[in-house]
Design a protein around this ligand. Structure first.
Ligand code: ZN
Length: 290
């Protein structure tokens, strides 16, 4: 009797295992992939919903797949570098050295705050192509891109900081880059014919432009009183690093290396700290608004 009981218990266990093994175990990965596809192409084959409808029980997202609250990404771009020294100062200061120091000091400040994910396009004295600087910003999903430079002018008396945002006239160039490099914007261009694609670039650009302008204004407000500003300190230009239509971007000129006083100041960490703490306050204020 005991032996029969034991055998039936074993049989029950084995059959239980077999039943368990045939229960379809939903794979979580395809659902997530479909969800990503559905986000990219709204209105087309919502694969995620179809997949979930066929699963016998609700799919729980494992922890790793739940999107964590994301820190804003700040990309800092020290101008020039390597074979490109940039402007050369009255006393022989290389712009690339000032921008490297300023970028690394700003990155350290922002990282210390713990509020941001910080990416620097180059850390040491190396040459980074303009395309690569933009690629780093876009791949890092930058919320803000700050290119750091120091100015130079024929008139040695001109001094002060300024902030550049993208000029209207450069927007055609921006569209060409999007098309040539097959960038995918938040608005998906792949299914669109060219004229519609252009409108979508315009839409992305308009939002980015107003964000860049907003940051430039805040930044100048914070810089005022901390360092000398040039007349018309908010300027517009077609600088390549400002061309990404979906990354709010400014180019900060710290001062004029061609001016002896500015050059002397920019070589000191204390003066750079004054400027960079204003930049940090501007980033905080901008991020609080967005
Ligand atoms: Zn420069």
């Amino acid at each position: 009797m005991f032996r029969v009981l034991l055998i039936s218990i074993l049989l029950a266990l084995v059959s239980g295992l077999t039943v368990n093994a045939t229960v379809p175990v939903p794979s979580l990965k395809p659902g997530v992939e479909s969800a990503a596809t559905a986000v990219r192409t709204p209105g087309r084959s919502p694969g995620a919903r179809y997949f979930e409808g066929r699963t016998p029980f609700p799919v729980l997202k494992p922890k790793a797949m739940v999107k964590p609250a994301r820190k804003p990404v700040i990309v800092i771009d020290p101008g020039h570098g390597g074979t490109d020294p940039g402007a050369i100062g009255a006393r022989g200061t290389y712009e690339k050295n000032i921008t490297t120091s300023a970028a690394n000091e700003l990155a350290a400040r922002l990282r210390k705050s713990g509020r941001y994910k910080v990416i620097v396009t180059r850390r040491n004295d190396s040459y980074v192509d303009h395309d690569d600087r933009l690629r780093i910003a876009r791949m890092g999903q930058a919320d803000l891109f700050i290119s750091i430079h120091a100015d130079s002018a024929g008139n040695k008396k001109v001094r002060g900081a300024s902030v550049y945002t993208l000029a209207d006239r450069a927007k055609g160039r921006s569209k060409r880059i999007v098309n040539n490099q097959n960038w995918i914007l938040d608005v998906d261009l792949s299914e669109q014919s060219d004229p519609v694609g252009d409108i979508l670039v315009d839409l992305a650009q308009r939002k980015t432009e107003s964000q860049s302008d907003a940051f430039a204004k805040i930044l100048l407000k914070e810089l005022r009183g901390k360092t000398v500003l040039v007349a018309n300190s908010h300027r517009r230009a077609g600088y390549y690093v400002l061309l990404a239509p979906d990354v709010p971007a400014v180019l900060l000129e710290l001062g004029f290396l061609s001016n002896a006083q500015d050059e002397k100041l920019l070589r000191t960490k204390a003066h750079r700290t004054k400027i960079l703490s204003a930049v940090e306050r501007a980033i905080d204020a901008y991020m609080a608004q967005n």
